[in-house]
Design a protein around this ligand. Sequence first.
Ligand code: ADP
Length: 217
Amino acid sequence: MSKQFAIIGMGRFGSSVARTLYEMDYEVMGIDENEERINENIQYVTHAVAADSTDERALKEIGIRNFDVVVVAIGVDIQASILTVLTLKELGVKKIVAKAQNERHGQVLYKVGADRVVFPERDMGVRVAHNLISANVLDFIELAEDYSVAEVVVSSKLVGKNLRQLDIRKKYEVNVIAIKSGDKFNIAPSPDEVIQYGDVLVVIGNNKDLKAFEERA
Ligand code: ADP
């Protein structure tokens, strides 16, 4: 049986998570204390329930323990977010993912039992900053503190050469893991793959090395 998700807080972040999972055919329950939010999202989730997630009884009635993953997407009301995570933990929820407004909020969420904390605004800020610094960078995802994946549009310097000739791994200490060429997406490029004008390289590496690659390659 496929995984079942409950999303608490159907604001911008929560509803986006819920809709994406629902479009991927997962069973998704959307929970919000605000009826209006429920009505806005009702057609994008499997079930939608109006409930206050800081109310332990309400969560029990929903059968929150039966979900494989519960996402706490309450941002502005930090107290409600923390109380919700704490209650979910006490009820024995298997996996709790919570959204944090800032680092301090994130630390508290871990302390009260979140298995994973996400920082959407901070992470998006990092991605946008990389995109601003180098027009060639289309996307940037931090994997760990020092390691990321970047999508970089190739410069004319690289066009017409194959990966072996470019020797990117040796020169920049980053790995090309995929090449996007028009609609085609080559996820295991061979060393003989010739770079075309407009190609996008998906590279993984240390942030310092990626920066050098973004600026010079
Ligand atoms: P975003 O920035 O992603 O839009 P918000 O913090 O603005 O996030 O939205 C959070 C949502 O969570 C709102 O729709 C709000 O009604 C809901 N919410 C806040 N507190 C609770 C609670 N205790 N129980 C259920 N839903 C809540």
